[in-house]
Design a protein around this ligand. Structure first.
Ligand code: MG
Length: 120
């Protein structure tokens, strides 16, 4: 079973992405903050993390860097899932350490295939 951790402070975004991936038979866990994401990643060690960027307290970038700096979670790929679509954002985020860049809003008809393609 492939486990995906979805991180987003917007609960509607979180539920939509989780529902789509559960229908595609992924094992889904969710977190609504960077701190919760780090705790769950350490405990459950998912195969892939989908990370929102704009969150209060700890941004998705900060959470990804913390995960990569943590021996228990550093090998888990972290893809960024963001509505941020400024020119240069994708290159900047990939250079920062995200394993992939996905744009919101998600397309429910394609999302599971997009995620499957990212799995190690
Ligand atoms: Mg957000």
């Amino acid at each position: 079973m492939t486990t995906i951790l979805i991180v987003d402070d917007n609960l509607l975004n979180l539920e939509l992405a989780a529902d789509v991936l559960e229908l595609a038979d992924f094992d889904v866990i969710t977190a609504d903050s960077g701190h919760e994401a780090i705790t769950k990643a350490e405990q459950i060690h998912p195969d892939l993390i989908l990370m929102d960027l704009r969150m209060p307290e700890m941004s998705g970038l900060e959470a990804m860097l913390a995960l990569h700096g943590n021996e228990a979670t550093r090998d888990i790929p972290v893809a960024v899932l963001t509505a941020s679509a400024m020119k240069g954002d994708e290159e900047h985020l990939l250079a920062s350490g995200f394993s992939a860049y996905l744009q919101k809003p998600i397309d429910p008809s394609r999302f599971a295939d997009q995620i499957a393609a990212l799995l190690p």
